[in-house]
Design a protein around this ligand. Sequence first.
Ligand code: FES
Length: 376
Amino acid sequence: MNSNMNPGSRLLSTGLRRVLSSRVVAAMTTPHGVDRYLELFDPTWSLDQVRAEVTAVRRQTADSVTLSLRPNGNWQGFRAGQFLRLTVEIDGVRRTRCYSPANSVHAADGQIELTAKAHAGGFVSKFLRDAVRPGMVVSLSQAEGSFALPQQRPERVLLISGGSGITPVMAMLRTLCDEGHSGRITFLHYCRAASDLIYAEELAAIAARCPNVELLRAFADTEQCGELQGLFHREQLAAAVPDYAEAATFLCGPPGMMQAVRKVWAEDGIEQRLHLEHFTASPTPASEVIGSAGGEVRFARSERLAANNGATLLDQAEAAGLRPEAGCRMGICHTCTCRKLSGQVRDTRNGRLSDGGEADIQICVSVPVGTVTLDI
Ligand code: FES
């Protein structure tokens, strides 16, 4: 257990936790549960849920926010690159999104650092940027995902990121630096301009301090002076990182950039060296979606009905006034999985069409093709 975790959690980690977990206490606290009573003493206390207090808020760029979070004793830690689900209550509704911790797994203070970029339509990220203050308490999941540094650290590492996709690879870089990794690391990051580069100062400091770390900043704005200019392309990569084929490569960024990188690795037959994390869904082309709109979306349990407008089933459920559980909204966390009773849906990540029978589907990445009935 980390010695820097929330002090209330240390208290709960003693015999008290065993007592509180007993059937007798569970019966006494029904229907609200033990946690509702613990919260009265300290909002971060919980028998089994991860909660964290916001200890610092800083803004590195105009549209991003970086939060330091002190988790309670239920947090089990993470592997550099993994993500977690953060839940906040906004206007009485619990909203969940996925973020990758950017801190080193060896951070001495035991805190989790999350950076969110507020983008158009980013309801939660805007809330985090504008409304979150030190002292607030948020809920977290345990860390998830297979995008992570392997236990056996690769000798040669290439980290490629774009925009806010920098966070998981920042965790990798910080972790490797803390471990005194001696192999070569290239950190290749794409963003619009220098003013958009999150962690700019720290990256420059690491590159200056560690002779084995090479920092390559690529700015789309050609007026700006980075080591590279423009968007990712094969010739640029080959010139800047000639030994890319030998490196264990970790990639996280917007869909277009990721597609371009994957294409190069696929053409070279070295896909097994490329590890990737999507932080936004790669949507099916609009023409396909709009072309398949029609019929109705039926929400069987709540007895509601909506004309199918071709949007994802999650969006259509919310537009119909329902509040299905959702997390990442990009097909990663499975929080939104629910039962399709009938009808065909298209997976927006790959364009695949389901059959018309019963199945569990992720409604954040499924659009109905004709009439669909959900058990919501
Ligand atoms: S909300 Fe995460 S998979 Fe749908």
